[in-house]
Design a protein around this ligand. Structure first.
Ligand code: OGA
Ligand code: MN
Length: 283
């Protein structure tokens, strides 16, 4: 054991110290990180100094890096590194503005959605722009028996264009071209999935991308999804991360959903670099 892992009070989240992610991480440590991630779902590594290259290297050690469909917002020459930022250059955003300001699980609208996502905070406003994480394992475990029964064996449709019809509807900084939309056609996933390493069951639906539950009428689907979302986002089911410059935060999208808060001013800089690891077909 080289890492020190301190779980917090919330159902997800642990602080990890005793590792410098800026220098190369050996295989044993990468394995420890992966195991801790599966167990705690959100890992916070405070005060990390690391280059985008080091971030990509660590990402590779955890699996296959993903390349985001919004290719305008990646680092030049490094398509694996996606920029989450409200900084503008010559009037144009340098990265995804308003990224993830709604409950979602990354890339749930793809056939093999993201396993791990990681953000390195380069410059963040103090005390604002938090990211909230919900435990989808606990959300499932605490569902009433009749609801568990109702969703047993169900599948749901996930669709990236849903976010553009709803949260981004009036946001000129966030658009999806017809070509980009064609690259991410809607997909179906089980409503409850298993985290393969731990065999824990987790709800796998989210307000951002889940359009409907297959086989239910529109109204029943809406009501059921809303009930699941309410369960998942109850205050005692959340960890809220208050960012500091240098924080490196990693989460397992298979068992969490997350939402960034937009409670910062236009003059506040919020600039983070993001990489992610492809996951398996949900089961
Ligand atoms: C993401 C995301 C949240 C944030 O990068 O996947 O949702 O806090 N970002 O910026
Ligand atoms: Mn996200």
């Amino acid at each position: 054991m080289t890492l020190t892992i301190r779980p917090g009070d919330a159902p997800v989240g642990a602080e990890v110290t005793g590792v410098d992610l800026g220098s190369s991480v050996d295989v044993g440590v990468a394995d420890e990180i992966r195991m801790a991630l599966c167990e705690h779902a959100v890992l916070v590594f405070p005060d990390q100094e690391m280059s985008p290259e080091a971030q990509v290297m660590l990402t590779r050690q955890l699996g296959e890096p993903e390349v985001h469909v919004l290719s305008d917002f990646t680092l030049p020459g490094m398509p694996e590194v996606f920029i989450v930022s409200n900084v503008r250059k010559d009037g144009k955003p340098v990265g995804a503005v308003n990224a993830g300001q709604y409950w979602h699980s990354d890339l749930s609208y793809t056939a093999r959605p993201t396993f791990a996502s990681m953000l390195h905070a380069k410059e963040v406003p103090t005390g604002r722009g938090e990211t909230m994480f919900a435990s989808m394992v606990r959300a499932y475990e605490t569902l009433p028996a009749d609801v568990k029964e109702r969703i047993d064996g169900c599948r749901a449709v996930h669709d990236y264009t849903l976010a553009y019809e709803t949260v981004f509807a009036d946001n000129p900084d966030r658009t999806l071209t017809t070509e980009q939309a064609a690259e991410v056609p809607p997909v179906e996933h089980p409503v409850v999935r298993t985290q393969v390493e731990t065999r824990r069951m987790a709800l796998y639906v989210n307000p951002g991308f889940t359009r409907l539950i297959v086989g239910m009428g529109a109204e029943e689907s809406r009501e059921t999804l809303d009930a699941l979302f309410a369960q998942a986002t109850a205050a005692d089911n959340l960890y809220t991360h208050r960012w500091r410059d240098g924080d490196f935060v990693m989460w397992d999208n298979r068992v969490t959903m997350h939402k960034a808060l937009s409670n910062y001013a236009d003059g506040d800089v919020r600039h983070l670099l993001r990489t992610s690891v492809k996951g398996e077909v949900p089961v």
